[in-house]
Design a protein around this ligand. Structure first.
Ligand SMILES: [Fe+2]
Ligand SMILES: [Fe+2]
Length: 167
């Protein structure tokens, strides 16, 4: 049983990573004019998401929404308080500015996620949903914004057109 739980975790991590890798491969195929190869990568990526979600169901790590928000906040806090600061320091020592940059953008956005989740938890604890709002995500840095996309991303400087509307 212990082994199977470890295997589920490993399979979940592997499928999740394959999903993202395939989206990266699809973008490259699209840039190369290989539209149908890009579509195949996106289809396989969607299938890996199905696998990852199925594994997650069996692992039983999805709880009630209030507990899920708390778990999400703990994960975000760990990333921006501990993981990313350490990773940035190492990247700077290594002189890898690109790595330090991508870690820094993510670290800033994880703090925003933490705040958004914390407001959501307050609402859920009162037995409410969040008030109705639009949500936007910056394609440059992942900045996550309520109501309206800014003219310029305050985190990465991307223009308004880089923000995708999330349903
Ligand atoms: Fe996050
Ligand atoms: Fe951004």
């Amino acid at each position: 049983m212990a082994d199977t739980m470890e295997n589920l975790k490993e399979a979940f991590a592997g499928e999740s990573q394959a999903n993202q890798r395939y989206h990266g491969f699809a973008k490259k195929a699209e840039d190369d004019g290989l539209t149908m190869v890009a579509r195949l990568f996106r289809a396989a990526a969607a299938a890996e998401t199905v696998h990852a979600q199925n594994h997650l169901d069996v692992m039983g790590t999805v709880g009630e929404t209030a507990a899920n928000l708390e778990a999400a906040m703990a994960g975000e806090a760990e990333e921006f308080e501990s993981m990313y600061p350490a990773f940035i320091a190492t990247a700077e020592e290594d002189g890898n500015d690109d790595a330090a940059g991508t870690f820094d953008l993510a670290m800033q956005v994880e703090q925003i996620h933490y705040q958004l989740y914390s407001k959501a938890l307050e609402a859920v604890e009162k037995g409410e949903d969040l008030r109705e709002r639009k949500m936007f995500v910056c394609r440059g840095c992942g900045n996550t914004v309520e109501d309206e996309a800014p003219d310029k991303c305050p985190i990465c400087g991307a223009p308004k057109s880089w923000f995708m509307h999330i349903e």
